[in-house]
Ligand binder design. Structure first.
Ligand code: SF4
Length: 462
C-alpha cells in the first residue's frame, strides 16, 4: 500500500499511485484476453467453435481490411504495407469465400445491427473495390433500418470518390485516426498528416451525408509534451466531432518490432503522460464532452453517453458499443468473432488464410470456449469497464451467484485499492474514483483469474 501523507500534494500522490499501478495489464476488450485463445488444429474443434452461435442475437459484422500504403511506427494493428491496390482484389475474392462459408450457419432471418470496417486502412481500397465489398455484403445480409455502419478512415489516402463509395455502401459513421497534429510528433512516428488534410476529409464526409465522426488521438508518443498536446486538442476540438477516443500509446516492441524505432526519439515520461491525460479529460469536459468508460468522450446527447447513463454500454473488440448480446462475426485476417460462449480468431497471415479458404475450410486459427466462471468474470469486468462501478447485490442477482462468497478471495485486493484511493468500497458497492478511472485496467484485473501468467506481454496501464 502507498502510505497516505496528509501534507503531500494531491498531484504528487497521484503520480506515486499511478507509478505503482502502471504495470502491464490487458485492455479487456475481451475476457479472457486473446492471449488465452488456444490453437485450433483440427476441423472438428473448428466446426464446434463455429457452431457456438446464439440463433436470436443480432449480428455485428466486422471486416478487417489490412492494407496500408505506409507504415506508422507506433502501429499495433495487424496490417500489410503495400502500394499495390491489386492485392485488395484478391483479398476481396477470399472475403467473399469466407462470407459464403459462414453465412449459412448464422440463420437466414437474422439481421445486422452493426457493421464495422477496420484495418489496416479500409480506404486503401479503390472506389470500385469498395463497391464490390458492398455487393459481397448486401447480397448476403439484411440490415436493420437503423444499423450503425462505420469505417476507420486515414485522411492521407482518402479521396472524395472513396467517401462517396462508402456512403453508397451505407456508412453512417467514420472514425478518423489523427493521433497528434504537431509536425514534430508526426515526423517522429512516420505519419505526416497536415491539419488541412483532416479538414478536407471531414468536409468530404459531411458533404456525402456521413454526419457522425470520431477523432482518434494517442498520447504518449515521441516528442509529445503536455503543451504540444494542448495545441492538438484545440485543433481537433475545432473539427467538432461527435466522439473522441483518447488512447494511451501501447508500447509493445516485443510483438511490434517497428515500435523500437520510437525509442530513439524521446518518449514522454510517465509523469508527462499523466499530465497529458489529466489536461485532456479536463479540456474535453469543459468543451461539453462526456467521459465514456475508460478512454472515450462523446457529446452529451450521443447514443454512447445515453447508454452509459442507463448502464447499457457494452465493451468488445471494437471498443465501446451499444449492441447488447450481439454476436460478433469477424471476417478477414486476424478478425475475431464472439458469441455468448466462445471466441474465435482467424489466421493473421494472408497465405494461411487463403490456403484454408482454398480448401473450403474456415480460416480459424485460435479459439476459446468460455467456462461458466469465465462468463461470470467477463460480465463483472465489462460492467466495471463500462459503468466505473459495481453493485454487488445487483450483479449477484444478474449472474445468479452470491457475489460476496464468489469473489471472497478478491476482497483483500479490493480493500487495497480502496486504501490507495482508486475505488470507494462498502458492503454493497464499489465505485471507481477519478484517480481510479485512469487505472481502470488494473482495477478490472482483480477479477481476472488468469492475470499474471501472461502479464509481461501486455502494454502498461498508462
Ligand atoms: S496506424 Fe493505421 S494506417 Fe498506420 S500502419 Fe497502422 S493500421 Fe496502417
Amino acid at each position: 500500500m502507498v502510505q497516505m501523507n496528509n501534507s503531500e500534494p494531491a498531484s504528487s500522490l497521484a503520480t506515486r499511485l499511478i507509478a505503482k499501478y502502471n504495470q502491464p495489464v490487458p485492455r479487456y476488450t475481451s475476457y479472457p484476453t486473446a492471449l488465452k485463445f488456444c490453437i485450433v488444429d483440427d476441423t472438428a474443434s473448428r466446426d464446434a467453435l463455429c457452431r457456438e452461435t446464439d440463433d436470436h442475437a443480432p449480428l455485428s459484422l466486422y471486416f478487417h481490411l489490412p492494407f496500408c500504403a505506409r507504415l506508422c511506427w507506433f502501429c499495433g494493428c495487424t496490417k500489410i504495407i503495400s502500394t499495390q491496390s491489386g492485392l485488395a482484389d484478391t483479398y476481396l475474392d477470399y472475403l467473399e469465400l469466407e462470407v459464403d462459408l459462414v453465412r449459412p450457419g448464422l440463420g437466414a432471418d437474422r439481421t445486422v445491427a452493426q457493421l464495422h470496417f477496420g484495418g489496416g486502412t479500409p480506404n486503401f481500397l479503390t472506389p470500385e473495390q469498395i463497391q464490390r465489398l458492398s455487393q459481397i455484403i448486401h447480397a448476403r445480409f439484411e440490415f436493420d433500418p437503423d444499423a450503425e455502419i462505420s469505417v476507420e478512415i486515414d485522411p492521407r489516402t482518402l479521396t472524395e470518390d472513396k467517401v462517396q463509395a462508402f456512403r453508397a455502401l451505407g456508412v453512417n459513421r467514420a472514425s478518423m485516426g489523427v493521433q497528434d497534429v504537431n509536425p514534430a510528433v508526426q515526423k517522429a512516428i512516420h505519419r505526416i498528416q497536415p491539419s488541412d488534410m483532416n479538414r478536407r476529409a471531414i468536409d468530404w464526409l459531411r458533404q456525402s451525408g456521413i454526419q457522425n465522426f470520431n477523432i482518434d488521438l494517442i498520447y504518449g508518443l515521441p516528442r509529445q509534451t503536455p503543451e504540444s498536446f494542448a495545441d492538438t486538442l484545440d485543433e481537433v476540438l475545432s473539427y467538432d466531432p461527435d466522439r473522441f477516443a483518447l488512447f494511451s500509446y501501447a508500447h509493445v516492441p516485443w510483438s511490434k518490432p517497428a515500435q523500437k524505432i520510437l525509442e530513439q526519439a524521446e518518449l514522454p515520461s510517465p509523469e508527462a503522460k499523466i499530465a497529458m491525460h489529466a489536461q485532456s479529460v479536463e479540456r474535453l469536459k469543459q468543451a461539453g464532452y462526456a467521459h465514456i468508460g475508460m478512454d472515450h468522450f462523446t457529446k452529451a446527447d450521443d447514443s454512447l453517453a445515453v447508454a452509459q447513463r442507463s448502464k447499457t454500454l457494452q465493451r468488445n473488440f471494437q471498443g465501446y458499443s451499444l449492441f447488447k448480446d450481439a454476436e460478433i462475426c469477424g471476417f478477414g485476417i486476424s478478425a475475431i468473432s464472439q458469441s455468448p460462449k466462445s471466441y474465435r480468431q482467424n489466421f493473421k497471415d494472408l497465405e494461411t488464410y487463403y490456403a484454408f479458404l482454398d480448401a473450403g475450410k474456415r480460416p480459424v486459427d485460435r479459439g476459446y470456449l468460455l467456462s461458466n466462471d469465465d462468463r461470470i468474470r467477463r460480465q463483472v469486468i465489462m460492467r466495471l469497464m463500462c459503468d466505473m462501478e459495481l453493485d454487488f447485490r445487483e450483479m449477484g442477482r444478474a449472474l445468479d451467484i452470491d457475489f460476496d462468497s464468489y469473489f471472497a478471495s478478491e476482497r483483500n485486493e479490493l480493500n487495497r485499492l480502496s486504501r490507495d484511493g482508486l475505488i470507494t468500497l462498502d458492503d454493497n458497492r464499489l465505485v471507481v474514483t477519478d484517480l481510479g478511472r485512469i487505472l481502470i485496467r488494473p482495477i478490472a484485473a482483480v477479477f481476472d483469474r488468469y492475470y499474471g501468467k501472461d502479464q509481461a506481454k501486455y502494454s502498461k496501464a498508462l
